[in-house]
Design a binder for this molecule. Structure first.
Ligand code: ADE
Ligand code: ZN
Length: 337
């Protein structure tokens, strides 16, 4: 082969940081609104997209939560996740660890069961139809109370086998990791893997990343780009082999750029950095567009792209058997590319 663009498009990939609610494209939002008899505050898909002019995390989150109002039935959640899987099947994504935000639905009187049953059926079908294997990560909303997170964890109990880990998302300001110390300890006791968002360029980003490591004992960090500001923190993350799920196009919307140079620096410091889409319907770009954007901005070569892709399988929460199978798929691809 082959141009670097073709290489990025065709290498088998894993995505570890995507919010299923953030994959709700305007077209589907309109379809679901119609099906559920709801009126949206926009006249057209174009008007809706034009309103996506966020410049920080809160302005994005306002649109993100408003958009969820069309998700009501099990079928809606099925259609949402199925549309994402169909999209990334065309991008050679073979494995996904997908976040969902149950409190954003239960707070609207949508049952936890409705949400998870729709998602699970979409996962089963994605495996059968596209050969995409996936797992769920339950995210607590950090701008809600720790008690509310504990309730969500209890609601998940009947579905323990369907959920691989727990995470923490939403507005980070004044909502540090330690607010959720107890519920994360409970989740660990129940055998869940742990991750938390440390969004880019937030107040106290570095302190929050230290808390994730020292107080929570996370298995991975979502975003975490600001770790580069503290050499001791970089060393700690490296020694613990903690993965960082970075989302370049998302970064360009919530802060001042994709952070492509920081991603390159993370590679050179041997951090296990990965590339992901976050909320691709709002920060336009799925896996391939995110990888391409970083490649262009930081002038990455095929070896560096390969490291980003391999890192994702390495820091995923796959069983060792499955991890080796996926990594062999990558190796087979590399033999002829
Ligand atoms: N929820 C969905 N996307 C998010 C992000 N990028 N940061 C925090 N919370 C989120
Ligand atoms: Zn995220």
């Amino acid at each position: 082969m082959n141009t670097i663009e073709e290489f990025i498009k065709s290498i088998p990939k894993a995505e570890l940081h995507v919010h299923v609610e953030g994959t709700l494209e305007p077209e589907l939002k309109f379809q679901l609104a119609e099906r559920n008899g709801l009126q949206l505050p926009y006249n057209s898909v174009n008007d809706m997209r034009a309103a996506y002019d966020f410049n920080d995390l809160p302005s994005f989150l306002a649109q993100y939560y408003e958009g969820m109002s069309v998700l009501i039935t099990e079928e809606d959640f099925y259609d949402l996740a199925t549309a994402y899987f169909a999209r990334v099947a065309t991008q050679n994504v073979v494995y996904v660890e997908m976040f969902f935000d149950p409190q954003a639905h239960t707070s609207r009187n949508i049952a936890f069961d409705t949400v998870i049953k729709g998602l699970r059926r979409a996962q089963d079908d994605a495996k059968a139809v596209y050969g995409i294997y996936s797992e769920l990560i339950l995210c607590f909303l950090r701008d809600m109370s720790a008690e509310s997170a504990a309730t969500a964890l209890r609601q998940a109990e009947p579905y323990r086998e369907w959920i691989l880990g727990v995470g923490l998302d939403s507005n980070e300001k004044e909502n540090p990791p330690i607010k959720f110390r107890n519920v994360f300890a409970d989740a660990r006791g129940q055998g869940y893997k742990l991750t938390m968002h440390c969004d880019v360029d937030q107040e106290n980003s570095v302190t929050h990343i230290w808390q994730c490591i020292n107080e929570i004992g996370v298995n991975r960090i979502d975003h975490g780009v600001n770790a580069l500001e503290d050499d001791a923190l970089v060393e700690e993350i490296r020694q613990r082999n903690l993965g960082l799920t970075v989302c370049p196009i998302s970064n360009a919307y919530v802060t001042d750029g994709t952070k492509a140079p920081a991603i390159k620096a993370m590679l050179s410091k041997n951090l296990l950095v990965t590339i992901n889409s976050d909320d691709p319907a709002y920060f336009p770009g799925y896996m391939n567009e995110n990888l391409l954007r970083v490649q262009e901005e930081a002038d990455l070569d095929k070896q560096e792209i390969t490291r980003l892709v391999r890192n994702a399988f390495e820091v995923s929460w796959l069983t060792d058997d499955r991890r080796s199978t996926f990594l062999s798929q990558v190796d087979t691809f590399l033999e002829s590319n």
